[in-house]
Every structure is written in C-alpha cells, then in structure tokens.
Design a protein around this ligand. Structure first.
Ligand code: SAM
Length: 279
C-alpha cells in the first residue's frame, strides 16, 4: 500500500502555535522532508521528536520530489515541513504536491500558522475579499505586469517581502497604486510583533531613513469601487457618443446591448441614446 504525504504547518515564530495533530504526525511518519534541516531540527528537538529528516528545498525540489514520491509509493509516510508556516505557500512545497498527484499518491494538509492569514486578520483592513501576491517576481517585465494588474485591484492585497527589498517594493507600489492605506505586519507571533497601520507613502518615507528589520507582510487596501466608477465616468465624459458606442462594439457587443450600456454609463435613457445617434 502506498504511503501518504502530510503537509504540516509549523509555527511562524511562537512555538506554542504548533498543533497537536502536527506533533503527532511528525512523531508517527517514517520521514520528515524539511526545507532546512538545520532550522527544523530546533523544532524537533524542542518537542523531542526523533523522526529522521531529509532536506527538500528550492534547489533540489524537482529531483528530490521524484525520490520522495518513490518512497511514498513504496509505502512510507512522509511529512513535509518548511522553514515556517504552511508548506506550499511561497515555498518549494507546491512541486512535491504536484508530483504526488501525478503519481496517484495521497496528500493531506494539516492546517496551522500562515503569515499571510495572520497578517490579514490583524490588518484592520477589509478581510471579506483578498488576494495573495506573495513575493513579486524578480523578472522586471513580469514584475511590472503584476504591478499593473494590481492598479485596479479592489480586493485587499497581501504581499511578502524581505527587509532589504522593502524600500524598492514601496517605491514601486507608490508609483503604481498611489498612496493607499496599508498595515505593515512585522515579526508576527514573536516577542516584538508589530502591526503598523500606515500608508504606502508614510512607510516609504520612514523606511528610507530607518533600516527595515525582521520578517514582514504588507497588507494593502484594495482600490475603492467608488474611485473606479469616478475614473470610468471621467473617461466616458471625454468620449463622444459615437466613440463611447465604439468602445463596446469593438469588444464584440451588439449595437442594441451597446446602446443599453452607454445609456447606463451616462445616466440617460436608451431612447435618448438612439435619438442622439440618429442626429
Ligand atoms: N510558508 C510560509 C507561510 O505560510 O506564511 C511563508 C514562507 S515565505 C518563504 C517567508 C515569508 O513569509 C517572509 O519573507 C515573510 O514575508 C513572511 N513571514 C514568515 N514568518 C513571518 C513572521 N513571523 N512575521 C511576518 N512575516 C513572516
């Protein structure tokens, strides 16, 4: 019988945040795959867990996942832990999960700490709708494309960043999104935990002169719908009626429907649009 992969969430700072289920699983599995064995040994020692460990990280993830899948198919049960938080969130876990599914190996996820959710709940910003952008890619073009898509993002945005890249990210966010409310969550669950309610511009000014330190999550307010509506109205007002119709028709919308949309945008009746177009 094949074994099972257990994704085990581990604390992001405070060791008391480990769950009983994760502790039992780490004790019972045959092997623990860890992102950094030197880091995870501290956790295992703290909880007196003696299960053998093997390393599984960004730079060996493809071949190592193949090897681990082989062990799983031979009947071993394996737990995956990463440096902190929930495996597969902004770490190499995703590759192993993908390969397990390809090989028909069962996977289960044991929930626990995740920096993104902890930060969101602490942010004081809207938690109803949110998107997680993790770390922006380092490729310049791809990075700009993502920033551009965030311009009109109405959901709360969650991002990860390393302290030495924070100022660059804040500069890019300021340029692309303008000033927005933001909560900067640092050192979550640790002794000097901080959730600073600020704005992009204010944080940028502060961190240009004060060196950023510690692990951090940025939680940024989404663009208000009212602002989007105002911008759209301003854009329509610059268009003639014909140009406004053309906007919709060029998207493949038929003339009747386009007249309906134009009337709605301009706050006039469909009949008025029809009459004006006739003239
Ligand atoms: N898998 C992890 C999770 O579930 O959150 C994330 C791993 S990612 C490689 C590491 C990033 O998570 C850090 O750069 C930081 O942005 C964020 N992070 C992790 N622990 C944190 C903490 N205690 N406080 C604030 N941010 C943290």
């Amino acid at each position: 019988m094949a074994g099972k992969l257990y994704l085990c969430a581990t604390p992001i700072g405070n060791l008391d945040d480990i769950t009983l289920r994760v502790l039992n699983t780490l004790k019972e599995v045959d092997l623990i795959a860890a992102e950094d064995t030197r880091h995870s040994i501290k956790l295992l020692n703290h909880f007196e867990i003696k299960t053998p460990m093997t390393s599984y990280h960004e730079y060996n993830k493809v071949e190592k996942a193949r090897y681990l899948v082989g062990l799983l198919k031979d009947g071993q049960n394996i737990a995956l832990v990463t440096d902190a938080g929930t495996p597969a969130i902004s770490d190499p876990g995703e590759e192993l999960v993908r390969q397990c599914y390809e090989a028909g190996v069962e996977v289960t996820s044991l929930p626990g700490p995740a920096a993104c959710i902890t930060a969101l709940t602490l942010s004081g910003l809207s938690t109803r709708r949110f998107c997680f952008e993790a770390f922006l890619p380092s490729d310049k073009k791809e990075r700009q494309q993502i920033l551009d898509t965030l311009k009109n993002e109405t959901r709360t945005i969650i991002m990860y960043e390393a302290p030495h890249h924070l100022v660059k990210l804040l500069e890019e966010l300021s340029e692309t999104l303008g000033d927005r409310k933001m909560t900067l969550c640092r050192e979550l669950t640790k002794r000097y935990e901080e959730a600073k309610q600020t704005t992009i511009a204010e944080a940028l000014a502060w961190y240009k002169v004060n060196e950023p330190k510690g692990e951090m999550v940025l939680v940024i307010e989404g663009k208000p719908f009212s602002e989007i509506r105002k911008e759209q109205e301003a854009a329509w007002q610059e268009l003639s009626l014909e140009e406004h119709m053309e906007r919709y028709e060029s998207q493949g919308i038929d003339r009747k429907e386009a007249m309906k949309l134009v009337a709605k945008d301009r706050g006039i009746s469909k009949r008025d649009v029809y009459q004006m177009l006739l003239k």
